[in-house]
Ligand binder design. Sequence first.
Ligand code: PHE
Length: 340
Amino acid sequence: MNLKDSKSKLVFSELSDFKKIAEIDIEKINQAQDLEEWKIKYLGRKSFLTNVLRDIKNYDISERPAIGSEANKIRKFLGNLFEEKQNIIKNNQQSSLGAFDYSLSGRIPNIGRLHPVTQTIREVCSAFSSLGFQIQEGPEVEWDLYNFDLLNIPKNHPARDMWDTLWIDEEEIEGKKMLLRTHTSPMQARIMEKNDPPIRVVIPGKCYRYEATDSTHEWHFNQIEGLAIDTNLNFTDLKGTLYDFARKIFGSERKIRFRCDYFPFVEPGVDMSIDWNNDWIEILGAGMVHPKVLESVGYDPEKYSGFAFGVGVERIAMIRHGIDDIRHFYGNDMRFLSQF
Ligand code: PHE
C-alpha cells in the first residue's frame, strides 16, 4: 500500500465525520447570519470539502472517481440542508413580521344586525304605539284554556281544526293540557284577566303550528296581536286603527279591503288585505271581541266592547321586501340575511 492509498482510506472517514459535524452544527442555527457562516465553513472556498475536490489529484488514480463522487454527494446534501434552513428562517421572519406589521389595513369586524322579522316586529309595534297602544309579551308554552277555551273554542268545537296544535307531551295537569300557542290570541284573555279597561295593547310573539312547510307556511312564525277594550268602541274604531297602521307601514296611498271572516272569538270577524301589485294580499285577521270572551274573563259585555286583531309578521316582511319564500327567514343563510 503506497502513501496515496492510505490517504484515500483516510479521506472517506474524514468526509463522513465532516458531514456529521456539519449536520449537527446546522441543527442549532436559527439566524440568517449564522447560516451564512455555516455555509462558508462547510461549503466555502476554504472548506475541507472544497479542498478535497480541488486536490483530487493527490489521491490514487483508481480512488479518484469514488472520492470525487462521495465529496460531491456530500456537497449536494449540505447544499440542500442549507436551502431548507434558509426557508425555515425566512418563514419565521415573515410570520413574526406579520404579527407586527402596522402598515397593513385592519380586518373589518363583522357587525351584526337585526333579523328582518325583528325589524318588522319593531316597526309594526311602533306604528301601534304611536296610536297609544302598549307593548306586552306572553308565554309561548300555553294552557289549552287560554289558547282555546277562553277564546270561545270549547273542547269539541270544530274551530280547533283551524289550529293544528303541537301538544306538550305531558299528562294533563288538573284537567289542563299544555301546548305551543297556535296564535298570540291567548294573550287577549291573559291581559283582560289581569287588567281593567280601558285597554290598548299589542303583543308580538312566536306561534307554532303542526303543519307541513312550504313557501308560505312555516311550522313556527310570528304574530302581533292587538286588543282594545273600552266603554264605547265599535267597528269604525277597528277600521280606523287598522287603516292607519297599514298606511304607516305600506305608505299613505295604500288601498285596504275588509272581508267577512270567521274566528270564534270575534263577532263580526274580518280579514284585511292591502292592494299590492294589482292584487289583494291578506295581512291580518280581526274583529269585535265576542261577548262570550268578555264574559269568560269577567267583563260585562253590556258595559264594555272592543276589537282585536292578529297580524302575520312574516307576511308583512315578505310583501315589503319582495321575498318569495317564508323559509328564507329561518334558513340562517348570510347571503339572504345580510341584505336587510
Ligand atoms: N288569532 C287569529 C289567527 O291566528 C287571528 C285573529 C286575531 C283574528 C284576533 C281575529 C282577532 O289567525
